[in-house]
Design a protein around this ligand. Structure first.
Ligand code: 5AD
Ligand code: SF4
Length: 466
């Protein structure tokens, strides 16, 4: 038996033990999982919920109703961390009114020693804290703590193996996340991810294809492949495969579904990948290619390994191959030492690329990263002004991009019912979400919708059912 199987086998035994124990203790145990941060965390939480269900817990959104409350945390920006501390703080009262309640903290924030220490010392009601390398050991931690073990703190990093076969509870029935690799080797100077998620490691194509098949069989029609840098998929595997090759294999699976992926690093984004996207009919025409900033000096300081011109030529190539491509990006404003003139290069870049939408962030120093040691003379207020300028520029671009859809017909996947309960929200092969009249039986099917923009809202009318 391989080491991975043995690890899983042990946890399966713990899951059965916890199930018996919590059944006695709570009757019908309930668990609340709070997720912060990126899609990788959302996916990890789906596995945590899968384990909890196997242990007999029912998943609830309401922490006041839960016997087990978990915070799966994000460390990418300080603000995200502060929110988590605030949220953990509110459980102190909860625990007073519910004896036997277990509180756990995990994820990227927990993986950092200084955070683990702070939680150990200042949040005595947190029972279990574990890092990103031992998520699969939740059943063991829970069993030990329920059996009276002292508080558990485990941020060990010795397990760099991927543990396959952890049960999964998918939050959505129509679209789903499929991790293809974990970790990051890039060490962008502002980013904490390589420190908290460890080195890159890829799942085998056989495991990924198996999971994709199960997802498609269960009715999922939109699969997003996940990794910090999907373009370096396959490195270190014994099989000879790269990301483009994986996309082709997945594209060959039978069924009516779309494939998406994130995140691509521009330094590893190849013409081969863009050709593959253009040739594979199931791969959505959406490229999330974070540029971070448009100035070469700043890009170098960020350790990004590409320059503005190379980035723009990739974008040109993508547009040439896929004229309907939807482009999105991440931007950091106010990297240490960035001047207003350099920031203006970011403004001109976004105007040149014409992104459909942007994820924008003000630089946040992360302890332990090289950028946190760099001199930073621009005030928060000044950075805030640049940030607003960026948002305003993108607002105009995004609106123009949306107008391009007006009057045209698109094949959309009906994903969910609108908030007012009267409309269906359907996503195009790109990133646009169109609201149109229809009944809930459409959820999960592809339909053609003709767009009609009303008051800047993407509305539409269904043409025919497919
Ligand atoms: N400050 C601000 N934004 C950051 N990101 C990563 N680290 C930081 C930081 N220290 C952003 C990058 C990345 C996205 C996921 O988060 O834009 O692409
Ligand atoms: Fe962070 Fe850069 Fe890795 Fe992305 S590629 S996770 S920004 S270090």
């Amino acid at each position: 038996m391989s080491k991975t199987n043995t690890v899983l086998e042990q946890q399966n035994i713990y899951m059965q033990k916890v199930k018996a124990l919590v059944g006695e203790l709570y009757g019908q145990p309930k668990a609340c999982v709070n997720t912060f941060g990126c899609q990788q965390n959302v996916s990890d939480s789906e596995h945590i919920k899968g384990m909890l269900e196997t242990m007999g817990y029912v998943i609830t959104e309401d922490p006041t109703d839960a016997d087990f409350v978990l915070f799966n945390t994000c460390a990418v920006r300080e603000h995200a961390q502060d929110r988590v501390y605030g949220n953990i703080g509110t459980t102190k009262q909860l625990k007073k009114s519910r004896s036997n309640m277990i509180i756990a903290v995990c994820g990227c924030m927990a993986q950092q020693q200084y955070v683990a220490d702070r939680i150990k010392n200042s949040y005595p009601y947190v029972d279990i804290l574990f890092g990103t390398h031992v998520t699969h050991k939740l059943p063991e931690f829970l069993y030990k703590r329920l059996n009276g073990s002292p508080r558990i703190f485990d941020i060990s990093t010795d397990n760099n193996e991927i543990i396959e076969g952890i049960p999964v509870h998918r939050d959505k029935s129509v679209k789903g996340w499929l991790p293809i690799m974990y970790g990051c080797n890039n060490f962008c100077t502002y980013c904490v991810v390589p420190y908290v998620r460890g080195r890159e490691r890829s799942r085998t194509s056989a495991e990924i294809i198996n999971e994709a098949k199960l997802m498609i069989e269960s009715g999922i029609h939109d699969i997003t492949l996940l990794g910090q840098n999907v373009n370096s998929y396959g490195k270190g595997l014994s099989e000879d495969i790269n990301f483009a090759g994986l996309l082709r294999k997945l594209n060959d699976l039978p069924g009516d579904f779309r494939l998406r992926f994130m995140t691509s690093h521009p330094k590893d984004c190849t013409k081969e990948l863009l050709d593959t996207m253009a040739e594979c009919e199931k791969v959505a025409h959406h490229l999330h290619l974070p540029v971070q900033c448009g100035n070469d000096r700043v890009l170098k300081e960020m350790n990004r390994h590409y320059d503005r011109e190379t980035y723009l030529s990739l974008i040109e190539y993508a547009k040439e191959k896929m004229p309907d491509i939807a482009l999105t990006s991440d931007i950091i404003v106010g990297f240490p030492g960035e001047t207003y003139e350099e920031f203006c290069d970011t403004l001109s870049l976004i105007k040149q690329v014409k992104y459909n939408s942007l994820f924008t962030f003000i630089y946040s120093p992360r302890p332990g990263t090289p950028a946190a040691e760099m001199p930073d003379n621009i005030s928060r207020e000044e950075k805030g002004r640049w940030f607003n300028e960026l948002l305003e520029a993108q607002d105009v671009i995004g609106r123009v991009k949306e107008k391009e859809l007006d009057g045209k017909t698109y094949r959309v996947l009906c994903e969910e019912v609108s908030e007012d309960g009267l409309h269906i929200l359907g996503r195009t092969n790109g990133t646009a979400v169109i609201e149109f009249e229809g009944d809930t039986s459409l959820i999960g099917s592809f339909v053609d919708v003709k767009v009609n923009i009303v008051n800047n809202v993407l509305k539409g009318a269904m043409i025919k059912e497919k």
